[in-house]
Design a protein around this ligand. Structure first.
Ligand SMILES: [Zn+2]
Length: 397
């Protein structure tokens, strides 16, 4: 079956995007959400199922009862290329459309070598990875990049200050797209962690605030089921909010009293070293907290107060249904979470905290990589892009 003519595409895009975006899981959902007639849905659905773009499987709902036929994206219809770019290494993967990793690899990079060197290596390795799993660039619906820097999402460029110092203003998307002939999306790493965590574990909560608490501190916002980026993509940068209380330690950004300078992994390690405790970074701090080390427990509580203070302000502005804390230092556990919880509940008004939950993140180390793949899936199969994606697939079939 071919999905190439305009005629046959009419209506298929909206059905596919409703399933890809997680809004529709059954024929009944499509009927109520698509605005299409029952007959149109039956014929378009048949085309999508025959082409392998959608699949339908019997599932028993958690509530029990008779098995229902549930719709999902056909995970083998195309592949996604995902890259999680870190400070010293890059993890690459070819994923299916679940997204689940088919093949992956990790290699060391020096980001300071500049975008052309790093992206060139990524392009070459993507081609090799596709070869390893017997797939082609023509089957890739998109490339997703997780970038450890503030990202202007609309233009696909990073803006300092960050560890990607000489990448500022480089047109990452166009450069890689021209090289591989596959559409490229670049996004800030914390936004991708947020997207993956929300979509995988908390999708029923429409408003989520995610804090990455590690050697740096950042946050991501899901508002009404979408990433909230603000005007330039800078929304959620809580690490460099400056708090008034004294003393005001110097931050890596050059300002005084930032949240990071008070509570990030490097700041906690700095404070512990000043007390004669031997620590290198975040993992050592977590280990000491677990071991009941007095100074480390005190540092965890102090960090909890700082995070609680800034989170309370965020809650007052955004009214999230859930706050999720992830990153290396979230593993400090109850000394941290109790403090955040207490400060937030002291400071915000009753309505905002009535049903508010504060939870540790559930995602593992793959979340950045899979978040990049998930972004590609959701954008390339969205109502706006899905017909172009299907046309690209039909042209390569
Ligand atoms: Zn700062």
């Amino acid at each position: 079956m071919k999905l190439s003519g305009r005629e046959s595409l009419a209506g298929t895009g909206i059905l596919l995007s409703l399933v890809a975006g997680g809004q529709a899981r059954s024929r009944a959902d499509l009927t109520s959400l698509s605005g299409l007639s029952r007959n149109t849905i039956v014929s378009r659905l048949k085309a999508l199922l025959d082409a392998g773009l959608l699949r339908e499987a019997e599932e028993t709902m958690r509530s029990g009862g008779r098995p229902t036929r549930m719709l999902a994206i056909g995970s083998d219809f195309g592949v996604i290329l995902a890259a999680d770019i870190g400070e010293t290494s890059v993890r690459l993967a070819v994923t299916d459309l679940t997204p689940a990793v088919i093949v992956d690899e990790m290699f060391d990079v020096e980001l300071a070598a500049g975008p052309e060197v790093v992206l060139g290596a990524i392009a070459e390795r993507f081609a090799n990875l596709l070869g390893r799993c017997g797939r082609s660039l023509g089957e890739a619906i998109g490339i997703g990049l997780s970038l450890p820097a503030p990202v202007d999402y609309a233009s696909g460029r990073v803006f300092g200050p960050s560890i990607m110092t000489n990448w500022d203003d480089f047109d990452i998307r166009t450069w890689l797209q021209d090289r591989l002939g596959v559409p490229v999306l670049g996004e800030n790493d914390v936004n991708l962690l947020t997207l993956y965590e929300w979509r995988t574990f908390w999708q029923d909560v429409g408003h989520l605030f995610f804090i990455k608490f590690a050697s740096g501190i950042g946050s991501g916002i899901i508002s009404d089921g979408r990433i909230y980026r603000g005007a330039q993509g800078a929304a959620g940068d809580i690490g460099h909010i400056q708090l008034a209380s004294e003393p005001k330690p110097l931050c890596r950004c050059g300002k005084l009293g930032c949240v990071e300078a008070r509570a990030a992994g490097w700041a906690l390690a700095r404070d512990l070293r000043a007390q004669g405790v031997s620590v290198r970074g975040s993992r050592d701090v977590v280990r000491l907290v677990h071991g009941g080390h007095g100074a480390a427990l005190e540092a965890a509580r102090k960090a909890g107060q700082v995070l609680g203070e800034v989170t309370a302000d965020v809650v007052s502005v955004l009214n999230p249904g859930i706050i999720v804390i992830g990153g290396t230092l979230a593993a400090m556990g109850s000394p941290l979470f109790e403090e955040v919880d207490q400060v937030v509940r002291e400071r915000v008004l009753p309505l905002a905290k009535r049903d508010l939950r504060i939870e540790p993140a559930r995602s593992g180390g793959d979340a950045g990589l899979l978040g990049a793949a998930l972004l590609v899936k959701e954008v390339r199969l969205s109502a706006a892009d899905v017909e172009a994606t299907i046309a690209r697939f039909a042209a390569n079939a």
